[in-house]
Design a protein around this ligand. Structure first.
Ligand code: AOF
Ligand code: ZN
Length: 360
């Protein structure tokens, strides 16, 4: 999911423990939205005595989970250092404030990756800790932490979820001949694809992809490890053309199927229609994103097809692009992809020398 993130093994001092906090935070990705998946590690005398992560809005924050972990392990928290990927909150929301909990537990030093841009926090957490005599360090692995929490920052600043775009292309830059289904990718690449789904709370595909590939768009996250996870399966089907028998419409627990429409097509059993105003191409994608945000979605994965990914790019509504590149031609026409220059590349795979290379 995402990455590459700094490996704790390759770091020393504060950076090493912050890398551990990031690794812990990764466990909350896909679960915590609209909240950030904050990771926290407590260290006493150079030894980790507790770790925690925020995995659900309304549940305790990462810091609280770490304090509870240390307590459960019978560890002494007084005088410890807390490593937190995001500035501890100082407000009373659904939970909190974490600053108070850290102070009460007697934590002596707090190392923070990046400030919380939430106007209710925004440096206030750091100020409170400092005022109470806690040693505060800011910006340790700051860039990595900012990148890790970028989806939350975007949600706070714009109200829109983070949008990852994914396409598998041939060496000719094409998706293959029109109307053919996407070639089956090897297990390593399928795993990467599923890791991208797992990091998202919604998947979106175009009508053509839903019809030609007939995918289920399922998430393989086990229900036992994350029973509250909701994975929205969305098809852009303006005029309601995807047949009622398509696999994507089959009901799945915790994975609601949504149909984005502009008109008033015949309703489908078990499928919720998102009625959207028309946009530059089909439905308004901006409205779609707002609708998803209203359902608590903080991360969206757009898996194709080419036209839909192009539409997101043209309208400046994508945040990162995952390109799965083969070194064999796919045999269609090259797809125009108006990628911004400073594009974030989070993961990719390439067919090279007779095998797939996968980067995380
Ligand atoms: C932290 N640690 O693990 C997280 C934080 O409604 P609440 O109480 O859950 O507060 C949500 C806000 O708290 C969220 O918008 C963000 O500013 C901060 N998230 N803060 O100290 C955490 N998830
Ligand atoms: Zn908090």
């Amino acid at each position: 999911t995402g990455g590459p993130w700094p490996e704790p093994e390759g770091q020393s001092g504060d950076a090493r423990f912050m890398a551990l906090a990031l690794r812990k935070g990764l466990k909350g990705v896909g679960l915590s939205s609209p909240n950030p998946p904050v990771g926290c590690v407590l260290v006493q005398g150079g030894r980790v005595i507790g770790a925690g992560v925020h995995t659900r809005a309304g549940d305790p924050h990462g810091e609280i989970m770490a304090l509870r972990d240390a307590e459960a392990r019978d560890e002494e928290v007084r005088g410890a250092t807390a490593y937190v990927t995001l500035e501890p909150c100082c407000h009373q929301g659904r939970t909190g404030p974490c600053t108070l909990a850290l102070l009460q537990a007697g934590v002596a030093r707090v190392v923070v990756g990046v400030r919380d841009p939430n106007p209710r926090v925004d440096g206030g957490g750091l100020a409170i800790l400092r005022a109470q005599g806690v040693a505060v360090e800011e910006g340790v692995l700051g860039e990595a932490c900012a990148r890790f929490h970028a989806p939350f920052f975007k949600l706070i600043h714009t109200g829109l979820p983070w949008v990852s775009l994914k396409l598998a292309l041939g060496s000719d830059g094409s998706l293959g001949p029109a109307g053919r289904t996407t070639p089956i990718t090897p297990p390593a690449v399928q795993r990467l694809g599923h890791a991208l789904r797992r990091a998202a709370e919604a998947i979106v595909v175009g009508r053509h992809t839903a019809e030609v590939d007939d995918p289920q768009l399922t998430d393989r996250w086990s229900a036992s490890t994350a029973p509250h996870r909701v994975f929205h399966r969305v098809v852009m089907d303006n005029a309601g053309q995807v047949p009622a028998g398509a696999r994507v419409w089959q009901p799945l627990a915790g994975q609601p199927a949504l149909r984005a429409v502009t008109g008033d097509p015949e309703p489908l059993r078990g499928v919720e229609d998102l009625r959207l105003p028309p946009g530059p191409r089909g439905c308004s994608l901006r409205h779609l994103l707002h609708e998803l945000a209203a359902r608590g979605v903080g991360r969206v994965l757009v898996e194709g097809g080419g036209t839909l990914v192009q539409a997101f790019l043209e309208q400046g509504l994508g945040d990162e692009f995952h390109r799965f590149q083969s070194d064999l031609p796919a045999g269609g026409t090259a797809l125009e992809l108006p990628l911004p220059p400073a594009w974030q590349l989070r993961a990719r795979a390439r067919w090279a020398g007779g095998r797939w290379e996968v980067w995380r």
